[in-house]
Design a protein around this ligand. Structure first.
Ligand SMILES: [Zn+2]
Ligand SMILES: [Zn+2]
Length: 262
């Protein structure tokens, strides 16, 4: 019989008491969560309905860029085939996993996360993304997570690094370590959301540099960010990682922005 120390027993009991006194609520709609009723072995931060709304059907998600293409069945294809959003585009990584397209409830939560600089929400969405990634066949090859870095002046100003917290959520779900300082942002860039596609590429070109080459060499890495739209930031980070001799690269983002052409 496994030995349970009094410290562990106490923390387990206090967690149960806290759950009774302050029952957890869905981070999206606020409804009370009931893990036993919902048949969950351990806590999820979203109710089953919101989880469903936040997770697009993988069978309809492009295995290259992560875009959700409803009723296309593109995710079922065994051959690697680009979707209408990444066709003719030299996608910077081998494959990308996303919860869904940037819109509806997912967009509302990402806007809320960034606007309120909510680490709690970033962590919860990161964990949900981690569960999603578990369904992708390449995830078992990934050796480390690399969050898209933010310039030190922006970090100081905002006090929030969303990509890093999302990576922490993925780490908690999948146990893959993350490399917080493997790549750095070498200069402050303009907000990508305000720019046209070509300007986005110019804005971030050469804006990232590898720092600890030994951590990256020949490693299969997963680049983590909040939203992927034009692919400009992902391309610039992937280039920095390749310069350091990284192996295969994959990406994970909460949402795939498909309004701008890629
Ligand atoms: Zn809900
Ligand atoms: Zn695609």
């Amino acid at each position: 019989m496994p030995m349970v120390t009094s410290g562990k027993l106490f923390s387990r009991l206090s967690r149960r008491v806290a759950r009774l006194l302050f029952p957890p609520h869905c981070a999206a709609c606020g409804s009370q969560l009931d893990f036993q009723r919902d048949g969950l072995a351990r806590p999820l931060h979203f109710c089953p309905l919101c989880t469903q709304r936040l997770s697009a059907d993988l069978a309809d998600c492009c295995r290259i860029c992560g875009a959700h293409c409803p009723r296309s069945g593109i995710g079922l294809e065994s051959a690697r085939r680009p979707c209408r959003y990444c066709r003719g585009f030299d996608f910077p990584v081998e494959g990308c996993g996303a919860l869904g397209n940037y819109g509806d409830l997912l967009q509302r939560l990402v806007v809320q996360m960034k606007g309120h600089r909510s680490e709690v929400l970033a962590l919860q969405l990161g964990q949900l993304l981690g569960r999603r990634l578990r369904e992708l066949e390449w995830i078992s090859k990934v050796e480390a997570l690399v969050p898209v870095p933010v310039h030190w002046s922006k970090q100081l100003q905002k006090g929030f690094h969303g990509a890093a917290v999302i990576a922490e959520g993925i780490r908690r779900e999948l146990g893959i370590p993350w490399l917080p300082r493997a790549v750095s942002s070498t200069r402050r860039t303009a907000k990508q959301g305000m720019l046209e596609t070509a300007e986005r590429y110019r804005n971030v070109a050469g804006a990232f540099a590898p720092r600890i080459q030994s951590e990256l060499e020949d490693k299969c890495l997963l680049i983590v960010d909040d939203v992927l739209t034009s692919g400009a930031t992902m391309t610039a980070v992937a280039e920095a990682l390749r310069d350091a001799g990284a192996g295969k690269l994959y990406a994970a983002v909460l949402a795939r922005g498909i309004r701008s052409a890629v």
